[in-house]
Ligand binder design. Structure first.
Ligand code: NOJ
Ligand code: NOJ
Length: 622
């Protein structure tokens, strides 16, 4: 009798391990290799690159697709997340993929980004106020992209800084001269992006899906991690990181502003321009896998995968897709289903994505690992419904006995595996992962061979296999500091942005006396129309008749019926600039230039913003 109890006890405590589902294990092993190779193949300068001669070495293409959609560009976000994955592979011991050395790949990326940081673009300049760092995408030959776009996107610099700190970690682990090298080559690159994060975390920008202007949980989490890691690295390298002092404020903001108590989920965006959306979305889940630190506790911050709010969000998000996509066939929990970005999505008809289905698995692999590591699991009123879906006996409580811990975490891993099986079901035989899965036919759709889809598969497979990235500082003293009354603070880094010369950033001229002019256009646009500005200064395109115009303005101060377009531009102080407003009809692709030429006398560099408010009348489009 006694012996049997012991045996059953042992059986009950055994954690679900890999190798239990041979079919799935085989699929994952093969798809992992295909995905890693697939990501590398989309990077310029790599052997066997499928993207030809166009992209510069180290430029990560979003996808080789050139039409429907044209993704032959390099996005700061996609690139950094891909290189974070590549760098973690290096840390886990993968030296080469095919005949590409991952270390060489990282060096290419370093040089490409040091250059890109300094490229003037429609979001602005690098000097003096860093606004150009918020530009979401560039041509793959590292030149500026001038068309209208959802810009700026403030997650980019945060992800890039984090990725360079991960590269620094990889170097540290293999090179005894690391502190000197890292300080010389990587710290300037990192600090430029951290300056941007400290200066702008608190302003609105576009979300990861490039649609919503507001504050995104995903982007804010990326900013938080970057600044905490920045503090840790500054200490390691004997440097200072002033912008990093914003981290306790960001922690406060994340904790207090994104939780929807009634709906029991984390909001994807707040302060947003889209009022008709539930803000249910996979963004918080993507934020939490980025914040994942195997050593973190579940309650210290609100964004670890094992946090109750994140698990509650998992349920709400997944449930929102169960009856939405025909391929999901109204499947109820504990069945996994195909998951999209957010339920109201209409892009390409609104479909499930590989990235967002995989994140539903990865969050649970991470969370289960954290519960096991901590040796305890807490089920509270927030997370109860999530747990009851996958483990009907779930009840509110704290469980540290190994049998109960195993029951809960095994159920989580089984559920997680279900999402990978959904991906398997809709993956073509050659293993190519597109951006989306047609919600009705299950056929892969939208951009082919999406780099981020491949990267998402690799990270999910790593976590399932128990491979966890090094701690980024989630348990450091820096992270224990959370402001209790949030304030709208920021770090003024203007004039502190220094190019990463050691990584061959160009020697851009950095005048010390500049003036910020805020051009504001009092003109009520309809959807499908944009306002541009052209001028004789090179920052406005260099010509009053430039066609098409390049400096698209950002919508700002939007009220329900009155958008004021505005853009800040830093000019040399005490100069004169001639300019014109231009109205674009996006559908007809026509531009109407003002007949008159306007002049602004740029004032002295007194630190004040010079506002220029015009109410143009436009002729009929050309
Ligand atoms: C809308 C999509 O939702 C977004 O993700 C995409 O990047 C842009 N359009 C541009 O194609
Ligand atoms: C559209 C996605 O919404 C965005 O997040 C991504 O950066 C681009 N496609 C490129 O993959």
């Amino acid at each position: 009798m006694l012996r049997l109890t012991v045996v059953f006890g042992l059986l009950a405590t055994a954690y679900a391990q890999y190798g239990q589902n041979a079919t799935l294990d085989n699929y994952i092993a093969a798809q992992y290799n295909i995905s890693l190779a697939g990501a590398i193949q989309n990077i310029g300068g790599m052997n066997n690159s499928i993207v030809g001669d166009g992209p510069s070495p180290g430029a990560v293409l979003a996808s080789p697709s050139t039409v429907n959609p044209n993704y032959f560009y390099t996005w700061t976000r996609d690139s950094a997340l891909t290189y974070l994955m590549i760098t973690d592979e290096l840390i886990f011991g993968t030296e080469k993929v095919g005949n590409n050395s991952l270390q060489v790949a990282a060096e290419y990326y370093t040089a490409a980004q040091a250059f890109l940081q300094t490229v003037t673009n429609p979001s602005g300049t690098f000097w003096p106020a860093g606004e150009g760092l918020g530009e979401p995408k560039f041509y793959s030959n590292l030149t500026r992209f001038n068309d209208a776009w959802g810009r700026p996107q403030n997650d980019g610099p945060a992800f890039r800084a984090t990725t360079f700190m991960e590269i620094a970690e990889a170097i540290y682990q293999r090179n005894p001269n690391a502190p000197r090298l890292v300080a010389q080559y990587y710290w300037p690159l990192i600090l430029a992006d951290l300056n941007y994060v400290g200066q702008y975390w608190n302003t609105s920008s576009y979300d990861p899906w490039e649609e919503v202007n507001g504050n995104s949980f995903f982007s804010t989490t990326a900013q938080y991690r970057a600044l905490i890691s920045g503090s840790v690295w500054a200490e390691r390298l004997n440097q200072t990181c002033k912008p990093c002092e914003q981290a306790p404020e960001i922690a406060c903001f994340l904790k207090n502003n994104f939780w929807n108590e009634t709906g029991n989920y984390l909001l994807a965006n707040i302060n947003a321009n889209q009022v008709n959306r539930s803000q249910i979305g996979t963004d918080p889940l993507l934020g939490s896998i980025h914040a994942f630190d195997i050593n973190a506790t579940c309650d210290a911050t609100s964004m670890q995968p094992c946090n109750s709010r994140v698990l509650a969000t998992h349920k709400v998000v997944v449930d929102s897709f169960r009856n939405l996509y025909p391929i999901n066939d109204n499947a109820t929990a504990p069945s996994a289903v195909a998951v999209g970005r957010y339920p109201e999505d209409t892009y390409y008809g609104g479909n499930p994505w590989y990235i967002t289905t995989l994140v539903c698995a990865e969050v649970l692999y991470d969370a289960a690992a954290q519960f096991r590591k901590n040796g305890t699991i807490t089920v509270d009123n927030t997370s109860l419904a999530f747990f009851q879906d996958i483990y009907p006996d779930a009840k509110v409580g704290n469980y540290s006995d190994s049998a109960t811990l195993a029951n809960y975490t095994n159920a989580m891993i089984k559920y997680a595996d279900g999402f990978v099986q959904v991906v398997e079901k809709y993956t073509p035989a050659n293993g190519t992962l597109n951006e989306q899965i047609n919600k009705t036919t299950g056929e892969p759709t939208s951009a082919i061979a999406l780099t981020w889809s491949f990267a998402a598969f690799v990270t999910a497979a790593e976590r399932r296999a128990g491979k966890y990235p090094p701690s980024w500082g989630a348990t450091s003293d820096y992270a224990s500091n959370v402001t209790s009354n949030c304030s709208a603070s920021s770090y003024n880094a203007t004039y502190s942005y220094v190019p990463a010369y050691a990584d061959l950033a160009p020697n851009i001229s950095m005048p010390l006396c500049m003036k910020e002019v805020l051009f504001i256009c009092n003109y009520s646009t309809k959807p499908g129309t944009n306002i541009y500005i052209v001028g004789d200064n090179e920052l406005l395109g260099g010509s009053l008749s430039l066609d098409p115009p390049i400096e698209v303005l950002r919508p700002g101060n939007i009220t329900a019926d009155y958008p004021w377009w505005n853009t800040p531009v830093w000019f040399n102080a005490s100069t004169t600039v001639e300019y014109k407003w231009v109205l674009q009809n996006q559908t007809a692709m026509t531009f109407a230039y003002e007949n008159m030429t306007r002049t602004v006398d740029v004032g002295q560099c007194d630190g004040e913003v010079q506002r220029v408010l015009d109410s143009p009348a436009f002729p009929s489009p050309n």
